[in-house]
Structure formats: structure tokens, C-alpha cells
Design a protein around this ligand. Sequence first.
Ligand code: AMP
Length: 290
Amino acid sequence: MRTIHSIGELRAALRPARRHGSTVGFVPTMGALHDGHRALIEQADDESDVVVVSVFVNPTQFGDASDLQAYPRDLAADAAAAAQAGAHLLFAPAVQDIYPDGFASTIRVDGPLTETLEGAHRGRSHFDGVTTVVGKLLNIVQPDAAYFGQKDAQQALVVRRMVRDLDLPVRIAVCPTVRAADGLALSSRNVHLSPADRERAVALSAGLRAAADALAAGERDAGALLAAAGGPLAAAAVTPEYLALVDPDTLTPVDSVTGETLLALAACVGDTRLIDNIVLIPIPDAAATR
Ligand code: AMP
């Protein structure tokens, strides 16, 4: 695996592969790679001839300067993890390469997809930052497929919308959330949790699971399912920023679960902001999730 820092060098490295008709799979990340990223890279490797992983902590999607400052970075460890998972090229540009002096363009997806949930709590600039950098990275890499995690379900929806709206010639694949044995969704931010907060953080996935269990027991009412999800959170003294049952395609709130429904939540545990979600699927006598 080669680590490349410049846009020109990356394009040059991909040219021979393209000439030979090889397919390119792309996994954009902010680094601090964990097994969730690994699953994306492995799926890209299964489905593509050449796998490119990017590591770029994108300043424009952070509202909070201290959050950006504290974001974990370790390029040497990321290179080892990406290579082991099957990446061929690691693209790690500098901020100045992505946002050179005079940079003045934004890709913006308007409407409820970016205004609700994360958009409402992190501000509209968050998704502007995401779509602008992902749009740029897709233009730089020009992959056949790009891989995103269900962990950031809203981000995947917004990226899909952008790709459709702008006719970008790429397939967007969304991979299941990878969790620790106790249920906590893997996240680069988990390293910031103190041991006590790491234990409390299990309340997020436990809350989602409690709602899935209530659904499996026959409950369909959104208020009752949200109350079930809130139980483990309250027990761990974790106050959600949002806890919402929404249509998984439009993110519109639902009153009752009659089809696939996204249960999404964000909460701070200590100083660390975490998000998680599951898709509730009402099947008689069982609630399947992904
Ligand atoms: P990040 O580095 O956090 O920006 O994430 C890069 C990509 O990895 C995004 O598409 C995330 O949704 C995905 N990802 C992060 N955590 C997980 C996880 N636990 N399981 C699956 N995908 C994940």
C-alpha cells in the first residue's frame, strides 16, 4: 500500500488502473481507523480491483474548534490498519491541498435531509462541510463505488441525494454499523471516553435495543417506543440531544412504526458526543434491525 499526500500524485497513481479497466472502490474517513472503517475497506476490497482510503479531518464540518483540535490523529497507525484491511492507496491530503487560499465554493443539499437531527443540532454548516469535501474527494478519486457506514445514516442519505442531484457517476454503498461486544457503536471519538463514561455509553445501544424489543413485543406507537428507548438512557443519566423515530428515506417523524423506520439518537456522554441508530422493521413476532 502506498500513502499519497498530493492530489496530482493520486490521480497519476490511479491512471494505469483506469487504463486497464480496473474498478476503483473508495472509503472516505477522518482517520483513527477502527473495525467499522475496516469493514468498509474490506467490502470495497471484495467489490473493487483497487481500493483507495482517504484520511482527512475535514475542518469545515466541525462547528466546535476544540472538537476539531481534539480529534484523534495517527497516520502511521491508520496506514497499517488500512493496508491490513486491503487498501492499495491511502490518500492523506493537507488542509491546504483541499482548501487552497481563495477557496470559495460550497456544495449544499437543502431541505429536511440536512435540517433535521444532526443538521438541527450541529448547524447547517456541518452538512455543507460534509457534502463539499465528499464531492471534492469523489471528483479527485473518481471511484466506481464509495463506501459509507450506516452508523452515520443521515450523512449517507445526504451523500446519496447529492450524488443523484449532481449526476455523479458513482455507486454509494452503505455498510452495517460495527459494534463492540457490549453494543457500543465503534467510533473514533470513543477513545475520549473515561472508563466510567465508556460504561455509561452502552446506554445508547441499549436504548435502541429496548425500542426494538418493545416493537417485537407488539408496540407500534412512536411515543411508547421512544419512551422504551429512553429507559436505559435515563438509567445511565444520559440525556439525548435528540431521540427520534423517522422515515429512513425522508427523515420525517413518524407517529407509529408501520414499515422500516429509523430510530436515531445523539447524546453527550461526559464531554464526548456520540450518535447511533438502528432501522426498526416491524415483522410479526420479531423486530429485525440493521
Ligand atoms: P469517520 O472517520 O468517522 O468520518 O467515518 C468514516 C466512515 O466510516 C463513515 O462512512 C462512517 O459512517 C463509517 N463508520 C464510522 N463508524 C462506523 C461503524 N461503527 N460501523 C460502520 N461504519 C462506520
